[in-house]
Design a protein around this ligand. Sequence first.
Ligand SMILES: Cc1cc2nc3c(=O)[nH]c(=O)nc-3n(C[C@H](O)[C@H](O)[C@H](O)COP(=O)(O)O)c2cc1C
Length: 344
Amino acid sequence: MYKLLRSILFLFSPEWVHYSSMNLLKLACSIGFKRRFLKWCFSPPSSFPVTIFLGLNFKNPVGLGAGFDKNARYLRELECLGFGFVEIGTVTPLPQAGNEKPRLFRLPKDKALINRMGFNNEGVEVVTIRLKEWKEKKSNSKLIIGGNIGKNKVTPNEEAWKDYEICFKKLHPYVDYFVVNVSSPNTPGLRELQEKDALKKILTHLQEINKPLDQPKPILLKIAPDLTKEQIDDVIDLAIEIKLDGLVAANTTISREQLTTTKSKLEIIGAGGLSGLPLQKRSTEIVKYISERTNGQIPVIASGGIFTTNDAKEKLNAGASLVQVWTGFVYEGPAIVKRICKNL
Ligand SMILES: Cc1cc2nc3c(=O)[nH]c(=O)nc-3n(C[C@H](O)[C@H](O)[C@H](O)COP(=O)(O)O)c2cc1C
């Protein structure tokens, strides 16, 4: 059924389809009986709860990766589709338009996407107001919300720590955990912040603000799949040293290796982060490496190429505590969470 719908949706621009389908879902969810029907259709069996990160209870281990609901506009709808958690953002202090369109491309032959969105978002003020309203209205919701934070394009790297601080302080009362994003390939220079000293400055600063709070929130770091073994070792050492709560592995890759999509099509598409099936193996490798090197001491959220129950199992067996989908949602459709959870 979704395959047929997908072949129609794939005739239109990916970004237009993204917002149109989510807005249609929003409309459907605004009517009580339709919302209950959707929930009934898509809710997975509640047989796999996970408790992790300072006692956070995830009703299931399947979440939605950052960048799908950048502005926290669709939480009720995503909850209806059964997600155990949603990572909003990447949110920056000031609103940003992002890169010029088109900036999102499908690679159907590879079950992949390439994006160079460039942290388009409404800014932390607007997102905070929206999250506050959500918390007040849905105080009984079991949906865990992660806040993925970044820096504005115009902020120089030396001052990036200030942007992370602004987002952290604003969002703190309204999200359940944080993800520090220094691994997106679409903000010039951002990935240089994965270098040990730069990272240490940002993360230590956030920990210093977080720890004395009445309700400190788990802080995770999201890493790029293109890091070398030595760079991953540095990240792990730092994570242990400053008692980071977890890692998200991994963001999109700049690699274009082993794709079926033709070189000429890739050239027309141009720069951006590749996600989906081509990322699957590398992401599992990193999860496994982190888990083995730390004896499972650092919880990992796995992201990259998860489409099916087997893909999710592969990540969990590699040592992940939770998994996130993004490209899989586009290719598999709204029943993806239910399908993955059914056979876990
Ligand atoms: C269009 C698009 C936008 C994204 N935006 C963000 C973002 O703002 N912040 C972030 O940390 N990751 C972002 N990502 C990366 C995803 O969260 C995820 O880590 C990556 O796509 C790998 O998972 P997948 O193979 O399931 O798609 C984005 C991915 C896509 C496809």
